[in-house]
Design a protein around this ligand. Sequence first.
Ligand SMILES: *Cc1c(COP(=O)(O)O)cnc(C)c1O
Length: 609
Amino acid sequence: MNIVLIGDGGHGKVVQDLVLLHKNIKLVAFLDDKHSEVYTKGNLIVGPISFAETVMGMFQNVKFVITIGDNKVRKKIINKLNLPHIYYATLIHPTATISPSTTIGHGSVIMAHAVINADSYIGDHVIVNTNSIVEHENIVGDFVHLSPSTTLTGACKIQEGVHIGAGATVIPNIEIGQWSVIGAGSAVIKPIPPNSTAVGVPAKVKEKHKMGEVLVNQIKNKKILLSPPHLSGNEWKYIQEAIDTNWIAPLGPNVDAFEKEMASYLGVRDAVAVSSGTAAIHLALSLLDVKKGDTVFCSTLTFVASANPILYQGALPVFIDSEPETWNMSPEALERAFRDAQLSGQLPKAVIVVNLYGQSAKMEEILAICSRYEVPIIEDAAESLGSQYKGKKSGTFGQFGVFSFNGNKIVTTSGGGMLVSDDVNAIQKARFLATQAKDPAPYYEHSEMGYNYRMSNVLAGIGRAQLEVLEERVNAKRVTFLKYYKELSGLPGVRFMPELEGTLSNRWLTTLTIDEEITGISATQLIQSLADDHIEARHVWKPLHLQPLFKDAKYLSHREHTSISETLFMTGICLPSGSNMSNDEQLRVIESLKKAILQRAKMTHPISG
Ligand SMILES: *Cc1c(COP(=O)(O)O)cnc(C)c1O
């Protein structure tokens, strides 16, 4: 890794010494606007901050750290550089003691002899200075500066931009509001509101300042999205290759490599990259010879894309309810659907099983039932790339597995999909059908109807870079879930989507249900209340058997008169879960949710006296 430090002052010098202790990190430039011209000092480039972009072009794998102690200045520079998170390095002094259960954000620096204990979160661009102690379960927001020998004793919440002076101590469970300043040597034993200066033992608020409020309001109004794309930084490399070699076509080396990399990651024999997840499902149905008048069983609690291809083939969907432990296809309802089908003399041609929000369906039970009736499974793993079921990768259980790389999915190519299988001949046939079913002849000859479903070589390049960081993304999504869970699972009437024992969910979206009778607020009202705070949350999928499009389709509920999917739809909401969501953004979501739920609870059950 090549490091560029921005901020050639006292703090910069100390970080420079820290960098020299790491053999695998090379300091290549020191930028600061006090240097008006670019020159070299030995191997080191010195110059103004505007030279940053040029330095990125000069070296591979360049990462930045802003080495300026002033939190506002640090934030201003970050805003100006406007680079993805991944371009900022996290630097840790070898003598620092850091619990493996902590999370430390990008651009943060942990100095000599600092201690960070269990389950603490350190945001982005934070300075944990020499000899500071961050005990267990503290949350330290972005752009915080803990001066030398600061102590956070436990479960403190230090909001964005807070500056804590040297030697100050914060007792457990205390929150310090955004952009506040704590004087050196202070003892903070009461919460400190935002934008305040507090000093003394015990610390008392001395003045309120306006400066921070402008920043805070700007941040408050920034919209937090459900699951925006999160690029890794390597996408350009593959796109550049495609452009340099003029492979601007569907097919090409990136497509071949992306297919191989996916197959090898999943442990399947073959994979074909296509233009969308929907196209992949369509090809699977086509390969299973689903025709007009056939029936196909399909999970009801899903996006319409799972079932649209059934209609493309002129077949009839039969929708199967969810069960409560995974929210996915109920084996009980599936069994009843098969019994009904057998009585009527028409078994389905295929069963489409969806793994919702990253949670795998009960594959063992579903596989057993389907194999008894000898009906193939198409596993719609559009939302569960990176998840596991009993140690095996999600999407590898059926005859076919389907993935989507739409913009909001855990790996994106802006738009795209993949069909995978151990049946190499079937994937070969899918490749043929997806390329207009062009016969192997010296001229354009076609004996079968085909589709134009292949993935572009440029987009496959994006997919390759995204796949490289999949594990990181899964970890980030799971940490996001855990933070929500820790803060909200104690609220009465709130329940999170479970994770079935023996499975690992990628937690693509953190999803919970809200009991209106207990909380006094409905899912719809809660989504509106979050929207008022510029936070995007969404309803759980509306079950397909309730869609006007499928009003004539057959539906089997989990148990008679018990529809799980309908209840989940009425009560479920998906929370912002972007793997690039900052700590502070997530705190905003949590505060907004708590505010909405607790306010209503008070209105519904007024406490007298
Ligand atoms: C996104 C999604 C699809 C479809 O993928 P596209 O690439 O958008 O066509 C299919 N099924 C589920 C469950 C999805 O979430």
